[in-house]
Design a protein around this ligand. Structure first.
Ligand code: ATP
Ligand code: MG
Length: 289
């Protein structure tokens, strides 16, 4: 079992808050369990609810290195684990002073290019491994990842086996553009991050945009909550709330009326059709609660 990482759920909340991240009790419990039981934490939720940020603040809070594997369509094991530096190998093989018996060294550590998963295996408990947006990768990659997550070891035929003495803290995120497989979910602790409650969002904006006056912060959070209840293509995330509060505050004084809302809508609404629907209902959206 890994070293105890946090002493309690409250300690998780405290440590993350010190890094300006507000975790509700459910999320904090999942983090406490995942780190304590050395299980990967799988976070799902809509865009901008703070999934990726969890890994970043965890790394800072624990004083560990953040290693990020950004997934994308077509990512394969060599891009995630390690590759050989072919061009350098070729160059070395062509140098006249290289003797034949040295050729095996062409597959030695100096020609090995470490990718995030190998880096995380080597770093072990010294790292937080963020596997971001796994839903973008394909099934085959997910199966490969499952194998890595169960062993935290890799055999590089030419070099040997590398094993993590203790696994790193692992955070996996997904935006659910496709379902992840049950086998992977089974290996992880799962937590769905929802949009924050009004009070929590006000707290987040206070922490992340401390220059914004309290009244404006509350007003922005209230209107964003209202926008989220509309039938939008892209509901605004927490990042948009923060951006919008900063934008309004930047425009001297930050009064929130129809005119300023229309002018700053681009900070909070990021879809053309949504923009149309919101503009058509501005007075109603801005109206009293
Ligand atoms: N609970 C929170 N406490 C503090 N800040 C938060 C919180 N949730 C979100 N944020 C803010 O929102 C920003 C966006 O969060 P993040 O990038 O982690 O979202 P995400 O869920 O990964 O979104 P995407 O699905 O688009 O990748 C963060 O940089 C942070 O400023
Ligand atoms: Mg993200």
């Amino acid at each position: 079992m890994a070293d105890p990482v946090f002493g309690s759920v409250e300690e998780v909340q405290r440590s993350l808050r010190e890094q300006a991240y507000i975790a509700d009790r459910g999320l904090a419990t999942s983090i406490h369990l995942a780190t304590g039981l050395a299980k990967p934490l799988l976070l799902e939720g809509e865009a901008g609810v703070g999934k990726t940020e969890v890994a970043k603040v965890l790394a800072v809070a624990l004083g560990r290195r953040l290693i990020r594997l950004q997934c994308y369509e077509g990512i394969d094991s060599s891009q995630a684990l390690y590759e050989w530096d072919y061009s350098r190998q070729l160059l070395a093989a062509r140098t006249p002073e290289l003797h034949l018996e040295q050729v095996k060294d062409l597959f030695g550590p100096e020609f090995l290019v470490e990718r995030p998963l190998l880096a995380a295996i080597r770093a072990g408990a010294g790292a937080v491994l963020l596997i971001d947006e796994l839903d973008r990768a394909d099934d085959e990659f997910e199966a490969f990842l499952l194998e890595i997550l169960s062993e935290f070891a890799v055999t590089i035929p030419e070099v040997g086996t590398v094993v993590a003495e203790q696994p790193p803290v692992v955070v996996i995120t997904s935006n659910r553009t496709r379902e992840l497989h049950d086998a992977l979910k089974r290996r992880c602790l799962y937590h769905w991050i929802d949009h924050p409650s009004l009070e929590r969002e006000v707290e987040i904006v206070r922490l992340r945009a401390p220059d914004v006056p309290e009244g404006l912060t509350k007003e922005v959070a209230r209107i964003v909550a209202r926008l989220r209840s509309m039938d939008l293509v892209k509901r605004p995330g927490v990042a948009e709330t923060i951006d919008w509060a900063n934008a309004l505050n930047f425009l001297d004084g930050g009064t929130l009326d129809e005119e300023t809302m229309a002018a700053t809508l681009g900070a909070v609404i990021k879809d053309h059709d949504d923009e149309g629907s919101v503009r058509a209902r501005l007075p109603e959206i801005l109206g009293e609660q």
